[in-house]
Every structure is written in C-alpha cells, then in structure tokens.
Design a protein around this ligand. Structure first.
Ligand SMILES: NC(=O)C1=CN([C@@H]2O[C@H](COP(=O)(O)OP(=O)(O)OC[C@H]3O[C@@H](n4cnc5c(N)ncnc54)[C@H](O)[C@@H]3O)[C@@H](O)[C@H]2O)[C@@H](O)CC1
Ligand SMILES: Nc1ncnc2c1ncn2[C@@H]1O[C@H](COP(=O)(O)OP(=O)(O)O)[C@@H](O)[C@H]1O
Ligand SMILES: [K+]
Length: 500
C-alpha cells in the first residue's frame, strides 16, 4: 500500500471529486460515515462524546460525525474552536445541517470556554487534519493542551491535531495525544516514525473509496506492507522440488557465551524453508549446535571461542554456498574482523549481514564498498547510527537510510516498530506487523536466519526483506495473541513462523 504526501492526498481528494464524480460535501459525508462505523464498533451508544471541531475540512468531518452519532442516539456535544474568522465551505454546510438536529453546539474563543472533561467521556478530535501548515498556537494550542491533560479517551479524525503528516514537528509543538487515530484511506508517513508514537496511538485505516487510479499512478518512495501484498511475494513450491531447489545457506554465528545466537538463527533459517544449512561456529559451540539443531550441518572453526573462518575442512568454500548470513553473536575480535576482510572480496552473490558484523563494518567503513550488491543489512537503530551518523529527527533518519542503501546498492532493514526497509532504488517499505513483545534478546538473530533462508531460496533481496520482516512480525503477533507480549521469547517466534 502506498503512502502519499500531503499534496498528493489533497490532489487525490480532488481527483475523486472529479472522476467519480461526487460532490465534496458527499465525500466528507462518506468519510464521516466510515469514521462512525468504526466508532460504533468501539464505543457503546451510552458513551458521552464531545466532538472538538476546527474550521477547515477536518472540522467539517467532525460536524458531520457529530450529526451521524446524534442520529444514532449517542449523547453528543459539539465544541467548535473558533480560532479564525473564516470557515471552509464544507464546514459551513455541515454546520447548517447540524443546527437542524441539535442546539448543543458550543464555541471556544477564550480559555474560559474550554469545557471540563471527565474520564468516562470520549473526545473526538477534529480540530486540525492534514491541512496543518504551522504549529498550533493561541486557543487551538490551549484546547489541545486541555484535552491532553484530561482523563477522557481521545479519538483523532484522520490525524492528531497539530501533527504534521509528512514533515518534522518542532520539539515544543503542542499536539493531541490520542488513544486512537482513525485515518482516511491511506496511512500517513508520520504514523511510521517512533518519535510520533504518542501522537498516533492505536491507528486504523478506514476505506472511503478515494480514486483508485490516482493512487495507482501516484509516484511515491514510501510503502506500507499489507498482508495481501506479502502473500503475493511468497514463492509457490514445485511439486517436483528437491532440497537442492531451495539453496544451501552458510551461517557464521556465535562466540563463547553467545552460541545461543547461532542456534536461534539456524533454527529460524530451517523453519523458513532453506534446502540445506551449514553453520560455522567456534569450536566451543560445536556440540551445542549439533544437539540443539540436528537438521543443520556444523563446521567447527579452528578457534575455540570465536570465529576466524579457518576450519579443518576446506570444502565447500564459502563461495560455494547459495548465500551467507553473518553476524549473530560473533563478537568483534580482531580475528573475526580479519575473517570478514578476507571473506567479503571473494563474494559476488547477496549476503545477509547483522549484529556484530555490522559493528565491524561501522568500525571499518571501507569494507562497506566490498559488500556484494543487493546484500541485506539488518541494523537496529543504534547499529545504524554507528554505520552512518546521528540524526536530528526521524525524517532525517529516513533520508540517511535511503542514501545509505542507494550509495552501497544494498537493502537495509532498519529494525523497530514499523521496521523500515530501504531499497537500492531509494524506496522505503514500512512493515505492518510486530509488537513490543519482540523487544527481547534474540529476535534479531531469528530475523537473520529468516532472511538468509529466503535469499538462499532465490528470493530477490528486496522481496526477501519485505516478506521476511513481515513474516517475523506476524509470528511475533501470533505469540503475543496466545501468551501476551511480555513473556515472549525469541524461540516462540521461530515456532510461530508460517509460510502460507
Ligand atoms: N483529503 C481527503 O481525502 C479527505 C479529507 N477530508 C478531511 O479534510 C482534512 C483536511 O482539511 P483541510 O485541508 O481543510 O485542512 P484542516 O482541516 O486540517 O485545517 C484547516 C485549515 O486550518 C489552517 N491551519 C493550518 N495550520 C493551522 C494551525 N496551526 N492553527 C490554525 N489553523 C491552521 C489552514 O489554513 C488549513 O487549511 C483531512 O484531514 C480530512 O479530515 C475528508 O473530509 C474527506 C476526504
Ligand atoms: N516495538 C516493536 N514493534 C515491532 N517490532 C519490534 C519492536 N521492538 C523490536 N522489534 C523487532 O524485534 C527485532 C529485534 O532485533 P534486535 O534489536 O537485533 O534484537 P537482538 O539483537 O536481541 O536479536 C527486530 O526485528 C525488530 O524489528
Ligand atoms: K484531527
């Protein structure tokens, strides 16, 4: 699913009006109805509801929502924040229609007009939407601050009032902190960014049937992976396939005290459809790996506690494998760095690089040039910062991410909530699955195993990253549903992987 910018969203609105065709006021009504359908599912008809409206089309939505809820017997009170002398046409139209059904419309011009809010109430925030063009100030700011202080639940219409759709807010901006955001048609870039978490809440998209062809043709660099899109990426298995069809992967993982990382990524790799798997671990990990993952072949490194690349067996050579995954738990010993330095120039096919291999790259950035094209790097934000630079805000982080992936012709998975996958072409795909339960040791090692398996099976690197990150998050969601997010461990995620 595409993520469009504010100008495109506005143009999409116009395109819908022109091509369907539909009158603007009817499109607003459709949006309001979609919101109300969602609201009814979440709040009982007895819920005291205050709708705060601005004077633009977001406010117009609010007025329409208020009328529709009144018609459904919700106890609704409307508060119009009168911060400017002029209202939008559709606001005025809906204002007239609302006055036909209720007297209960109040106006906020001064601080004393801001109503008290109780904990059993729900606030619908329709003060400002995607039309935000400057930080909130004056009575708008005061009203937002009062709503944020109140114990009431808050549902934002389209986007929290005061939050920019696709540009950074200032550190002192006053923005609604909703429990929910019900957004129209498309996700907004702002929702993907960690720093905005408290200004988004639990967000949902409602379909308002905006012009599909416009969306299909609109250029964008931002995507949000939908379940149907991930499913389409999945390769079907040929009935006459054999294990050779699905590649032979080599994992370099583990060091003394971190053999678990090798076990986790090996198990995840096998559970993700790799044909054959060989894992090279330091000698101390040999028995552990052979016992914990009998399906994998094991190469014992000559070194007892860390990886040097040297083994008693010289065949097959690293270049003989379909792909290589490197990094989980390997540490940063000089011998391991030497191994990386020797290995990288010999490789031509994409590999998967994670964890300490990334830290070694960040301390030896000249090695980045040696990465085979279309390799996949999976840094968490700290690792990514070490690889690149500090950023002032999440938007700058996305720019740095995009440029990094383009510069080295690699796929970069910046992990976290809505993991951002940057492609060598400069696109960014945000993942839609996963939950905070995944913030537990070892889940990154699991992801490395998954991605290595997909690359070994012949998935293109971008598709492997999009599909693998999606499946990893979805497995995490299944575990969270069954046992709650807090008790989740990385092995549970492996067990919950499904590829159908
Ligand atoms: N684009 C779409 O697809 C649709 C949009 N609709 C609604 O329309 C909204 C956008 O409406 P508008 O473009 O009228 O914009 P808003 O309602 O977001 O803002 C209204 C106006 O307030 C002014 N403004 C900007 N920043 C301000 C600030 N900090 N303090 C005070 N005033 C400020 C601007 O002049 C802006 O046009 C969407 O968020 C959505 O709720 C829906 O009605 C239907 C479909
Ligand atoms: N809040 C969250 N929501 C969704 N996914 C998350 C969240 N926190 C962490 N994750 C996922 O969990 C994994 C953690 O990886 P990483 O930080 O490398 O862990 P480790 O090094 O312990 O294996 C990543 O795939 C990341 O996207
Ligand atoms: K809003």
């Amino acid at each position: 699913m595409k993520i469009l910018n504010v100008d495109q969203i506005r143009a999409l609105d116009q395109s819908t009006i022109l091509h369907e065709p539909i009158a603007p006021i009817n499109l607003m009504e459709r949006a309001a109805l979609a919101f109300v359908d969602w609201f009814i599912d979440h709040f009982p008809v007895t819920t005291p509801t205050k709708v705060f409206c601005g004077l633009g089309n977001n406010g117009g939505d609010g007025l329409s929502i208020a009328r529709l809820l009144l018609e459904r017997d919700y106890p609704v009170e409307v508060q119009v924040v009168r911060y400017a002398p002029r209202e939008s046409d559709d606001f005025m139209h809906n204002h007239r229609r609302l006055k036909l059904v209720t007297e209960n419309i109040k106006y906020i011009e001064f601080s004393r007009d801001i109503p008290a809010l109780r904990h059993n109430e729900v606030v619908i925030d329709a003060i400002l939407g995607t039309g935000l063009s400057r930080p909130t100030e004056g009575i708008v700011k005061e009203t937002i601050a009062a709503i944020n202080r109140a114990p009431a639940s808050v549902v934002s219409v389209d986007i929290a009032s005061g939050l920019y759709t696709d540009q950074p807010n200032g550190p002192n901006d006053v923005i609604i902190e909703p429990d929910y955001t019900v957004t129209f048609q498309l996700p907004k870039l702002a929702f993907m960014l960690p720093k905005n978490g408290r200004y988004v809440g639990n967000w949902q998209i409602v379909d308002i049937r905006l012009h599909k062809r416009y969306i299909d043709l609109a250029p964008t660099a931002y995507y949000f992976t939908q379940p149907s899109e991930a499913k389409l990426l999945l390769h079907k298995r040929d009935r006459y396939a054999n294990k050779g069809t699905f590649g032979h992967a080599l994992l370099y993982a583990g060091s003394f005290g971190k053999i678990g990382a090798a076990v986790l990524s090996a198990r995840a790799c096998l559970r993700s459809g790799v044909g054959l798997l060989t894992v090279q671990v330091p000698r101390c990990g040999y028995l552990v790996l052979q016992t914990a993952v009998p399906e994998a072949m094991c190469l014992a490194d000559d070194h007892q506690t860390l990886l040097t690349g040297a083994t008693e067996i010289s065949s097959p050579a690293p270049t003989d494998f379909t792909t290589i995954g490197i990094g989980p738990g390997i540490g940063k010993a000089p011998e391991t760095l030497a191994m990386l330095k020797k290995l990288l120039p010999t490789l031509k096919k994409p590999i998967v690089v994670d964890a300490d291999a990334l830290n070694l790259l960040s301390e030896n950035r000249e090695l980045l040039d040696q990465l085979p094209p279309n390799s996949i790097l999976t840094p968490h934000p700290k690792e990514f910062e070490r690889l690149t630079q500090k950023w002032d805000n999440d938007y700058q982080k996305l720019d740095i991410l995009r440029e990094f992936a383009k510069k080295y012709t690699i796929v970069v998975v910046l992990k976290g909530a809505y993991s951002a996958i940057a492609t060598p072409d400069g696109d960014i795909h945000f993942n839609s699955t996963g939950n905070p339960g995944l913030s537990t040791g070892g889940t990154g090692d699991v992801l490395t195993g998954i991605l290595t398996a997909l690359v070994a099976q012949g998935y293109d690197s971008v598709e492997a990253a999009v599909l693998g990150v999606f499946a990893h998050g979805l497995a995490g969601d299944r575990v969270a549903e069954q046992r709650g997010p807090i008790g989740m461990v990385a092995s549970d995620v492996i067990d919950a992987l499904r590829w159908d």
